[in-house]
Design a binder for this molecule. Structure first.
Ligand SMILES: [Zn+2]
Length: 428
C-alpha cells in the first residue's frame, strides 16, 4: 500500500498543486459528500476505521503545505491555539499507519504529533514557529496511486489577526463544560463511604506519548499497563479503584484532577516514567506537591509533565492555574501531610522491588495534576526510560506485577495506620 519515497516533499507539493489547480477548492463538507456519493458502492462498512497512510510537509515561498493521506474520506476540522501557537486538526478516530514520524522543522512548522485525543476523536497538533492563517481543508480524490488527501495551507499572518481567531471552537468548549457538570453531579451522588477510594492516573496517553524509551517503549504504554495491574491488586485488597484513563486516550490535566475530586478520592496516584540526558541516571522517585520545587531538577520535571495539555492541543486560555504558580493554602496542609506520609511509606517498600533514585528519591514540585486541595496525591516516576537497565526492567511483566503488588501493600498499610491514628484521636 505504501509507496517508496512517500515522504519525499518537493514532488508532493507539485502533486498537490496540480490537483488543486484542476478546480476551485470547494468547502470540505461539499467535497466529502461529493466523494461519498460517487463512491456509494465502494463505501467502507461503518466498522471500518479509516487509515492514515501518510503525512507530509512541503514549502513553496512563504506557504507551508500539510498533506494527510487517508484510506477513506473523513470530516476534518482545523483551529488554532495561542500561547504557545498551535494548529489543531481534529478528525474521527483513525488508525495511524505512518512510516515513522513525519518530517518537521519546515516553513512555519516547528514540530507535530498525532494520536487519539479522546475516544472517537483523533488529532494532529502542529507547533508553529510564527503566526499563520490556515486555509480551508481541501480533499483530493485518490489518483496516481495516492489515497484521499487532505491538503491544508499555512500562510503567514500578523500576531493580532492570529490571536483574534485563536481558541477552541464554541461547541468543544460546551462539551468540556458539560463534562464538568457531569463530574460535579457524580460527586453529589456518591453515598458509599465505607470503602477507601483510590484514583489511579496513568500519565499522558493518546496523542501525548510522554517520554520515548531508549528501547523504543513509550511512557504512555508503560504507565497504563502498570496502572491496570495496580488497579487489579488494589481491588483484590478491597479498595474501590477509578482510573483517569484505562485505554490509550489523552486526558487533560484538569480533567484528571476533576476525576479525583469528583470521586472524593482518599488517595490519587499518578504514574509516569522519566528521562535524563545523562543515561546513567536510574531509579524510581516519588513526588508530592509544593509551590516551589524542592530542587531545580524537580521544578524542571514538573514543568515538563505540566506540558501534557500543550502537547495535546488543549486550549489553556482562561486557565490561569496551568501557568500561574501554584499557591498552597493552609487548608491544604493536612492533605499534604497525608501525601508526604504515603510517599515515604511507598518508597520504603518499593526499595525491595526496584532501584530507587539514589539521591533524594522523595521530592516535591508544582505538578498541576497533584493540585486537588482535598485529595492526598503522589506522582511516581517509575524509573528512567533513558536508562537501559530501567527501560528493560519496565518492559518486564514480572517487574510491573512486583511494583503493583508493592504499591498496593503500601496503600493498605497507609489506611490501616491512618485508621488507628484516627481511632486513637476519637477516643479523646
Ligand atoms: Zn510523564
Amino acid at each position: 500500500m505504501r509507496r517508496a519515497g512517500a515522504l519525499i516533499l518537493c514532488g508532493l507539493i507539485a502533486t498537490g498543486s496540480v490537483a488543486l489547480a484542476q478546480g476551485a477548492p470547494r468547502s470540505l463538507d461539499d467535497v466529502i459528500s461529493g466523494i461519498l456519493n460517487q463512491n456509494k458502492a465502494s463505501k467502507p462498512a461503518p466498522s471500518q476505521i479509516p487509515i492514515v497512510m501518510g503525512a507530509r510537509l512541503g514549502r513553496e515561498n512563504d506557504r507551508t503545505r500539510f498533506v494527510v493521506e487517508l484510506s477513506d474520506p473523513v470530516a476534518i476540522r482545523t483551529f488554532t491555539l495561542a500561547d504557545p501557537d498551535r494548529v489543531v486538526i481534529d478528525m474521527p478516530a483513525v488508525q495511524w499507519h505512518l512510516n515513522g514520524p513525519p518530517p518537521v522543522g519546515m516553513g512555519s512548522v516547528r514540530d507535530l504529533r498525532y494520536g487519539l485525543f479522546r475516544s472517537g476523536n483523533s488529532r494532529i497538533v502542529i507547533d508553529l514557529r510564527a503566526p499563520v492563517q490556515v486555509s480551508d481543508a481541501v480533499v483530493l480524490a485518490p489518483e496516481q496511486g495516492y489515497g484521499y488527501r487532505v491538503v491544508i495551507d499555512l500562510l503567514p499572518t500578523s500576531r493580532a489577526v492570529y490571536d483574534a481567531h485563536a481558541g477552541w471552537p464554541a461547541d468543544l468548549k460546551a462539551r468540556e463544560a458539560a463534562a464538568e457538570r457531569l463530574a460535579a453531579l457524580g460527586s453529589q451522588t456518591r453515598t458509599d463511604a465505607r470503602h477507601k477510594i483510590i484514583v489511579l492516573d496513568p500519565g499522558h496517553g493518546g496523542i501525548d506519548p510522554g517520554t520515548n524509551g531508549i528501547n523504543g517503549s513509550l511512557e504512555k504504554d508503560v504507565v497504563l499497563d502498570v496502572g491496570l495491574r495496580l488497579a487489579r491488586s488494589l481491588q483484590k485488597s478491597g479498595f474501590t479503584v477509578h482510573m483517569t484513563r484505562d485505554s490509550d486516550v489523552f486526558v487533560p490535566l484538569s480533567e484528571r484532577v476533576r476525576i479525583a475530586r469528583s470521586w472524593h478520592a482518599d488517595l490519587f496516584i499518578s504514574l509516569h516514567a522519566d528521562s535524563n540526558p545523562d543515561r546513567s541516571v536510574n531509579g524510581l522517585s516519588v513526588y508530592t506537591l509544593s509551590d516551589r520545587g524542592s530542587d531545580k531538577e524537580a521544578a524542571a520535571l514538573a514543568r515538563k509533565e505540566n506540558q501534557s495539555d500543550v502537547v495535546a492541543g488543549v486550549d489553556l486560555s482562561g486557565e490561569s492555574s496551568q501557568v500561574a504558580p501554584i499557591l498552597i493554602d493552609l487548608a491544604q496542609r493536612d492533605t499534604l501531610n497525608r501525601s508526604n506520609r504515603f510517599a515515604l511509606a511507598a518508597l520504603d517498600r518499593l526499595g525491595g522491588t526496584t532501584d530507587i533514585l539514589p539521591r533524594e528519591p522523595h521530592r516535591s514540585a508544582a505538578f498541576v495534576v497533584l493540585e486537588s486541595p482535598d485529595v492526598p496525591a503522589v506522582l511516581i516516576e517509575l524509573g528512567y526510560l533513558s536508562n537501559a537497565d530501567d527501560a528493560a526492567r519496565m518492559q518486564s511483566a514480572a517487574w510491573r506485577d512486583g511494583i503493583a503488588e508493592t504499591l498496593a501493600g503500601a496503600v493498605a498499610r497507609q489506611f490501616s495506620v491512618q485508621a488507628s491514628l484516627e481511632g486513637a484521636i476519637s477516643i479523646h
